[in-house]
Design a protein around this ligand. Structure first.
Ligand code: TMP
Length: 207
């Protein structure tokens, strides 16, 4: 059985990741691939319960350290229950956010915890995506799009626009740190052009 391929989409809030993840999944299924479309925090029943703890309520509900532990617990469950079984069965996994979000949000922008983020990742997760799309867009635009959703999951958006600027810089720095895995996508364009670019890059990299 061939081993599967793991694709992640990352970026600031409101950058259009979820739409593009869905579109990529549909394109690859049309190509005849078996695709699991999933998201973080969440993606397994246990991790979806942890998601509500993390994304609802006031910003000061958790410290960056506690968040790091909760995100890692959710990721471990997601990995065990959803991601690893799909990859072992030779499927393509497309995940809306993964460990890069922790590296940026808890590691750099919420507080300087990057070395702890890396240690926990090494100890408890131990794998990264094969290909990561970083959707880049103006933080003010992303924030207004994310806040317009009003789905009760705005805890991170409530940290404000300055935080979104730091996050954007953090994602671009990560792309430079992992150039073999990360591709930066200009997400200010129309969704069809973005979807075509992502599909073409994914097709070229898939085994
Ligand atoms: P989203 O579902 O709208 O992408 O929201 C998830 C929020 O959680 C987003 O603001 C980023 C944040 N987040 C972290 O802070 N660390 C993480 O590891 C992950 C996966 C998400």
């Amino acid at each position: 059985m061939p081993s599967g391929f793991f694709i992640t989409l990352e970026g600031i809030d409101g950058s259009g990741k979820s739409t593009q993840a869905r579109r990529l999944a549909a394109e690859l299924r049309r190509d005849g691939r078996q695709v699991v479309l999933t998201r973080e925090p969440g993606g397994s029943p246990g991790a979806e319960e942890i998601r509500a703890l993390l994304l609802e309520g006031p910003p000061e509900r958790w410290s960056a350290e506690t968040e790091l532990l909760l995100f890692t617990a959710a990721r471990r469950d997601h990995l065990e229950k959803t991601i690893e079984p799909a990859l072992a069965a030779g499927q393509t996994v497309i995940c809306d956010r993964f460990a890069d979000s922790t590296r940026v949000y808890q590691g750099i922008t919420r507080s300087a915890l990057r070395s702890r983020v890396d240690q926990l990742h090494e100890m408890m997760i131990g794998r990264d995506a094969d290909l990561t799309f970083i959707l880049d867009m103006d933080p003010a635009r992303g924030l207004s799009r994310a806040l317009a959703r009003r789905n009760g999951e705005e805890r991170f958006e409530r940290f404000g626009e300055q935080m979104q600027h730091r996050m954007r810089r953090g994602f671009l720095a990560l792309a430079a740190e992992y150039p073999a895995r990360c591709v930066v996508i200009d997400a200010e364009r129309d969704p069809d052009s973005i979807a075509r670019e992502i599909r073409d890059i994914a097709r070229a990299r898939l085994p």
